[in-house]
Design a protein around this ligand. Structure first.
Ligand code: ADP
Ligand code: MG
Length: 373
């Protein structure tokens, strides 16, 4: 029986919760030097299980809004997690889609994909153009689409459409819209127009990453698609809808991988943004009256008007099945499950001898005892 009800079931809450999807990427033999096989597996479209690190004969089960198994296609991820929120952007509402998870688990594959298997970003941008095209002029609105592309690296906000840009400030206007004065904003008239700006900026970022200690796994890449609609006749009302598509920094615990010096400093900054994101998602989804700590990091400050509140938000947690990702997978799942509030289902562990143990307590145990391993 459910012990707690998720925030969305409460109905008239002011803040909307973040939908949480988990995507398990295919097992890759080359990632599994010891040939141990996968340590995570899907159970159905909402549940998965992972081997219990304390006792390999047991598993811990998790429940999410959506679980995408290894075979899930890019199209299926897009259709179930992203497409439904896009019409809101044309009506002056905000939305955000994040890919969360350890480096190597499939965040960039999910968001960007490849030419054969395009991800969420190209599909969402195409769909926004299609939605605008399908709008009937009779409804009396004219639409314009624009883009910005930025990176948060070491708590600095950098414009990816304007190489050599300096750290940009994040501001809030009197209507509580978040904006970045000085950030390049380019009007785009078609998908190919989008690609023309986006591809070189992405390539720049990837090239820099190999020189700079895998910078791409340490920074948050944030694409903003803005749809402005203006009434054709007086009073010519104007509405702006924003869509943030975010490839987050790797969630791996950098303390465990032994980074030092500059990289440790980077990890600290990344941990601040990701840690704050987890607190924000947690307070949004717990439905309690605790303060939502948007201002504690650049990432959450930037996303403040597009995450929670009246915004539509989806977090796709990417995980990998091989044992070498085990602890990072475990902590990513705990982050995702926490945001799902699934503690309401007291999942039992597999063996009969062990009494009912809520996942939350298993998590606390893991956190308390896990650091020395
Ligand atoms: P991340 O961005 O989280 O570090 P990547 O997206 O770069 O991870 O994925 C790591 C590797 O796994 C890449 O070679 C990528 O193409 C591959 N990969 C990730 N997810 C999938 C998937 N669902 N299907 C096939 N290959 C995948
Ligand atoms: Mg990546």
């Amino acid at each position: 029986m459910a012990q707690r009800v998720s925030a969305s079931d409460g109905g008239n809450k002011k803040t909307s919760r973040v939908r949480v999807a988990v995507r398990l990427r295919p097992y890759m033999l080359k990632q599994d030097e010891k040939d141990e096989g996968p340590c995570v597996r899907g159970l159905n479209s909402q549940n998965l299980e992972i081997i219990n690190w304390r006792n390999a004969t047991e598993t811990v089960k998790y429940h999410f809004d959506v679980f995408h198994d290894m075979q899930t296609t890019q199209q299926e991820v897009f259709l179930s997690s992203v497409k439904p929120i896009l019409p809101h952007i044309l009506q002056g509402q905000n939305a955000s889609v994040f890919a969360y998870g350890p480096t190597g688990a499939g965040k960039t594959h999910t968001m960007l994909g490849s030419p054969d298997q395009p991800g969420v970003i190209p599909r969402a941008v195409r769909e926004v153009f299609n939605l605008v095209k399908a709008k009937n002029e009779d409804e009396g609105w004219k639409y314009s689409i624009g883009m910005s592309y930025l990176e948060i690296y070491n708590e600095k906000v950098l414009d990816l459409l304007s190489p050599n840009s300096q750290d940009l400030p994040i501001r809030e206007d009197k209507d509580k819209n978040i904006l970045i004065p000085g950030l390049t904003h380019t009007t785009i008239s078609s998908f190919s127009d989008f690609d023309k700006h986006f591809v070189p900026a992405t390539l720049n970022r990837t090239t820099a990453s190999t020189k700079l200690n895998q910078r791409s796994s340490r920074s948050h890449a944030i694409l903003l698609i803005k749809v402005v609609r203006t009434q054709s006749a007086a009073p010519r009302r104007q509405q702006t809808g924003k869509l943030y598509l975010v490839d987050l920094a790797g969630s791996e615990d950098n303390r465990r991988t032994g980074n030092q010096g500059i990289r440790l400093k980077e990890s600290g900054a990344i941990n601040l943004s990701l840690f704050t994101l987890s607190k924000v998602v947690d307070s949004l989804n717990s439905g309690t009256a605790i303060r939502v700590p948007y201002r504690d990091s650049k990432l959450t400050r930037l996303l403040q008007d597009s995450l929670g509140g009246s915004a539509h938000s989806v977090m796709i947690t990417n995980i990998a099945p091989e044992f070498k990702y085990y602890f990072d997978t475990f902590s990513a799942l705990n982050f995702a499950a926490k945001s799902k509030l699934i503690v309401n289902k007291p999942f039992t562990r597999e063996t009969v001898a062990v009494p009912v143990l809520p996942v939350k307590r298993a998590r606390e145990e893991h956190e308390a005892g896990g650091s020395g391993t």
